[in-house]
Structures are given as structure tokens and as C-alpha cells.
Design a protein. Structure first.
Length: 268
């Protein structure tokens, strides 16, 4: 079977035929099980995911009914402890495949293999068809789990753009960054990538304008200035640092380590 979470929820049988899940609660329940595939999810967590912090008195019985109805179509759902789990192999799930490709891509980054890393990270990003669980929203801890997937997607994108910059592909980086920065106007690392790409493209004034733009966003929305890393980059651009223009055959320092996202960073 094929289970897709990275966009609208989609399921296909072994022959590739689509298996629509039309009822909202069925989609949400299946999504909650899939987002923690191969792990037993307690009933209380599933109830919160489907109905929030104030579920109806019938929630426990309804959950049991929904599980029974889903099992008639999907034979992967098992009872586990005080909850349920769904058995899914890595190649059957876009979210599990994405995580595996991301891990391998970051490992290749850390081991100085940029071409392999770029291929793996690009493949990982290609699995996304939209926002995670966009038609099966979840509450409680399940919502946090989906947010983590969004953050991993952003990490994947950032590392891929790092590699492209190290290869001198700053024009391509600028093209791909524009819509992502538009969706994440307070994510400093994206702005740092844009500033570096603009500087390497000979557009120093635009790179400095980008710094002013992100500083304005941060001051207006959060009341803070850009962090030390972005401030240092700004200083190097002001000083016309020649090392900043130099394209390397190897990855930049730290490119193989996952970024630590800001607490306020929205999802990609």
C-alpha cells in the first residue's frame, strides 16, 4: 500500500488504485496513526487529536467504531496497549521516506559529499505535495508532531540551498528562496542565504536591503534584532569581504549539521 501525508491525505492499494477516505473523522484518525506509524498511540491521545481538549461523552465509543470501520478497508491497524497502531514499511509512507532521505542527506553533508547530499535532499523535498495533513488537521500533541515535520522540511530546504551556494548556483538559490521567504518572513537563516546569494550575484545593495527588511520584520513582530550570525554576515557584506564571494568545492562550515530553528519560526 501507499500512504501519503505530505499534502492531502492519500492512500493507494498494492495495484496503485486510489482508496478515498471521505469522512473527516476517518481521515483524521488515519492521519493520527500514520504520523506515528509503527508506534502504539494511546486512545486518549487519539481522542484529543480528533476532538480537542473537550471531546464529547461519546468520543471513546466513536473512536472504537471508527477504528472498526477503517479496519474493514486497511488491514494494517492493530490494537497496542491502551491504543492502536498502524504497521507501515518505510517505502510505503512518504513521511517515513522523507525522514530517511533527510537523515542520509545530512550524513552525506557531514561527510563532505555534496553531490550525493544534494540528490538525497532534493528527492526528499520532492515527496511534498503541499502542507502536511492539510485536509486532516489534528489537535493536541499530534499537531506538534506535524509541526516537527514542517520544521524538518525547512531544514532540508536550507541545507540544499547551502550546497547550491557552495557550488556557485546563487541565481538558482535566489529563485527558489523568494516564495519560501515570503511564507517565512522571520526565519533568519533563509534571509542569510538570500543575502549571501545576492552578494555573490554582484547585488550588494540588495543584500543590504534584505538585512534591513528582516530586521524590520523582527523588530516589528517580536521586538528583537537579528541574531549574531546574521549581524556578522551583514558586517561582512558592508566590508565587501572577498571571502564571502569565493565559491568552494566543499560545503560551508556547519552545512552538515541540522539547523536549530528559532522557536518562533513558522512551518514551511
Amino acid at each position: 500500500m501507499d500512504f501519503r501525508l505530505l499534502g492531502p491525505l492519500e492512500i493507494a492499494d498494492d495495484s496503485g488504485r486510489a482508496m478515498p477516505v471521505n469522512r473527516k473523522k476517518h481521515r483524521q484518525l488515519l492521519a493520527a496513526l500514520l504520523i506515528r506509524a509503527n508506534t502504539a498511540v494511546p486512545r486518549d491521545q487519539l481522542i484529543t487529536a480528533l476532538w480537542g481538549e473537550r471531546p464529547p461523552s461519546s468520543a471513546r465509543g466513536n473512536l472504537k467504531t471508527y477504528i472498526s470501520q477503517l479496519r474493514r478497508r486497511i488491514d494494517r491497524i492493530e490494537t497496542g496497549g491502551d491504543g492502536y497502531l498502524i504497521r507501515v514499511q518505510e517505502h510505503e509512507s512518504d513521511s517515513l521516506s522523507f525522514k530517511a532521505l533527510l537523515r542520509r542527506g545530512l550524513r552525506a553533508c557531514g561527510n563532505g559529499r555534496p553531490a550525493e547530499a544534494a540528490r538525497l535532499l532534493e528527492e526528499a523535498l520532492g515527496l511534498w505535495r503541499g502542507d502536511v495533513l492539510q485536509d486532516a488537521p489534528l489537535d493536541g500533541g499530534m499537531a506538534l508532531t506535524s509541526t516537527l515535520l514542517d520544521e524538518q522540511r525547512l531544514t532540508c530546504f536550507e541545507h540544499l540551498m547551502d550546497i547550491h551556494l557552495s557550488q556557485g548556483r546563487h541565481t538558482e538559490v535566489l529563485t527558489r528562496l523568494r516564495p519560501v521567504i515570503g511564507a517565512h518572513p522571520m526565519h533568519e537563516r533563509l534571509w542569510g542565504l538570500q543575502m549571501t546569494a545576492l552578494y555573490r550575484d554582484g547585488r550588494c545593495a540588495e543584500a543590504l536591503a534584505a538585512y534591513r527588511a528582516v530586521r524590520e520584520h523582527l523588530v516589528d513582530e517580536l521586538g528583537v534584532d537579528p541574531g549574531p550570525e546574521l549581524q556578522r554576515l551583514h558586517g561582512r557584506i558592508l566590508a565587501r569581504d572577498p571571502d564571502l564571494s569565493r565559491v568552494r568545492d566543499t560545503l560551508p562550515t556547519g552545512a552538515g549539521r541540522p539547523a536549530r530553528p528559532r522557536a518562533d519560526a513558522p512551518a514551511l
